[in-house]
Design a protein around this ligand. Structure first.
Ligand code: SF4
Length: 471
């Protein structure tokens, strides 16, 4: 799950917000999606009941995950699929490569799968002389730009249409200066259509795997997973162990929540059910990956993060994500859920992520499977501090703040000094590199009196007025 880069989140975020106009545009774009989600949720009177049901189904599944995985494997085999188990990303990639090599494959089409991003499958296959094309439009754009997705549902949300027009002009020869979304989407479709026709193997992710039937469901809005699995004879589906749900009757609960939470649609345009090979001579392989999930499952504090159905709603609502961009997280999954998952894999590399949060709790409010995201982030902060992973400057600041807050006379003195300094000191002494808070905003106006002084004064006035009334 970890990325090789280790730039702290505040540093990466600062680079993103250096372009104020882009940061504002990114914020507004994501807020638009969040507002659509709100309208879609409000249109269902049973929305909260659906969330609660989904949460309980997920928690029940996780409590008996080993049983459901076994049941799924048996039923998938009965359906004619080949089931593979991978302990980690290396095993996952080797399994996929061995299937491709056994079929003499060279050309691969792949629909969106965060698991394959996590396993760095594309660079691995490319290094082994495979031609891999991401067929989700957003994924294809970031593949052409040679960068990771910045959002789990809208991978190229950080990219403006002018940039996409320029990219397509350079890579596939569209008209220079073209920015019309319909024209660009048509050009992409024509280009990708050839890739589908030439592909030897199609790879997809899995949104939901059903233990009872051994089948699985892939949700897309573009139908690219369907084309990628209907034309080649071999289909490889890659899934984490947490994608299980017990029974087919549970599926509608999640399908109703997923699209509404992700984009505000009532349902994804294509929710395709796969059971096994679609025709004689075809093959379906399912690669089930652990890669650190068992450890998260064993952790009481963070187990519920495995409920995640990757809808992206927590990113769309997060004030930090919206203003700092997905790439600033330096993790495969960004945003609130990514800031919980990434430290689970490598706390020292991702120690700044749980602090990329205002603890406003908006993520917890929108999460369709009721993950207590902000509480888990708070929990991670405590763990990071207790493991000594905070930077020295922050430790020093926290030590100083705790001394002040624990010592009443020091607290009163600090307040008095601040009330004097804020209106009287020259601006350059207040707004300098040491005051990170003041870089983006003005300091609040200092009150003339402290709260205690105001309280004492009002109490005295009240006593006086009581005396006057009784005399
Ligand atoms: S944590 Fe919740 S809101 Fe965030 S992506 Fe996962 S399911 Fe969606």
């Amino acid at each position: 799950m970890s990325d090789s880069q280790t730039i702290p989140h505040p540093v990466a975020a600062e680079r993103f917000i250096a372009n104020q106009e882009r940061a504002h545009w990114h914020d507004q774009t994501l807020w638009f999606v969040r507002s659509k989600r709100d309208r879609a949720a409000a249109s269902l009177p049973e929305w909260e009941r659906l969330r609660e049901t989904a949460s309980q189904i997920k928690q029940h599944t996780l409590s008996r995950l080993a049983d459901y995985l076994t049941e799924f494997e048996q039923n998938a085999k009965r359906n004619g699929a080949v089931v593979h188990w991978a302990r980690n990303a290396t095993e996952h990639n080797k399994i996929v490569l061995s299937i491709l090599q056994r079929h003499g494959a060279r050309k691969v089409v792949k629909s969106k799968s965060m698991l394959t991003e996590e396993c760095h499958l594309n660079p691995f296959l490319t290094a082994n002389r495979m031609d891999v094309v991401d067929t989700d439009l957003g994924e294809w754009i970031v593949q052409l730009r040679e960068e990771p997705p910045s959002h789990i549902v809208m991978p190229a949300i950080h990219t403006k249409r002018e940039e996409i027009g320029q990219l397509f002009h350079e890579k596939i020869g569209t008209d220079a200066g073209a920015t019309d979304p319909n024209y660009l989407a048509r050009a992409a479709r024509l280009h990708l259509r050839k890739k589908f026709l030439e592909a030897d193997v199609g790879i997809t992710g899995v949104n939901f795997a059903i233990a009872e039937t051994g089948g699985f469901v892939v949700c897309t809005n573009e139908g690219n997973a369907d084309l990628g699995t209907s034309l080649p004879k071999v289909h490889i589906a890659c899934m984490g162990i947490e994608k299980l749900i017990p029974r087919a009757e549970h599926l509608p609960v999640f399908l109703r929540l997923l699209a509404r939470s992700a984009t505000g649609q009532p349902i994804t345009a294509y929710s395709t059910h796969f059971r096994g090979p679609r025709a004689p001579g075809c093959e379906t392989h399912i690669v089930i990956v652990d890669s650190g999930r068992s450890e998260i499952l064993a952790s009481e504090d963070f187990r519920r993060s495995l409920n995640c159905i990757r809808c992206g709603a927590c990113m769309n609502t997060c004030p930090v994500y919206r203003r700092s961009g997905g790439h600033s997280y330096q993790a495969v999954v960004p945003g609130p859920i990514g800031s919980i998952l990434a430290p689970s894999y490598d706390a020292s590399m991702h120690s700044t992520l749980p602090f990329a949060c205002s603890l406003c709790g908006s993520c917890t409010e929108v999460c369709p499977v009721k993950i207590d995201l902000h509480l888990q982030l708070y929990n991670w902060r405590e763990k990071i501090a207790s493991r000594g992973l905070l930077p020295k400057s922050k430790m020093l600041g926290m030590w100083f703040a705790s001394r002040v807050l624990r010592t009443p006379w020091l607290y009163r003195l600090s307040g008095r000094l601040a009330r004097f300094a804020l209106p009287n000191l020259p601006r350059f002494l207040l707004y300098n590199p040491l005051n990170a808070w003041g870089r983006q905003r003005e300091l609040p106006e200092a009150p003339r009196e402290s709260f205690r002084q105001q309280f004492a004064r009002r109490k005295k006035r009240k006593r006086q007025s009581d005396r006057d009334t009784t005399s």
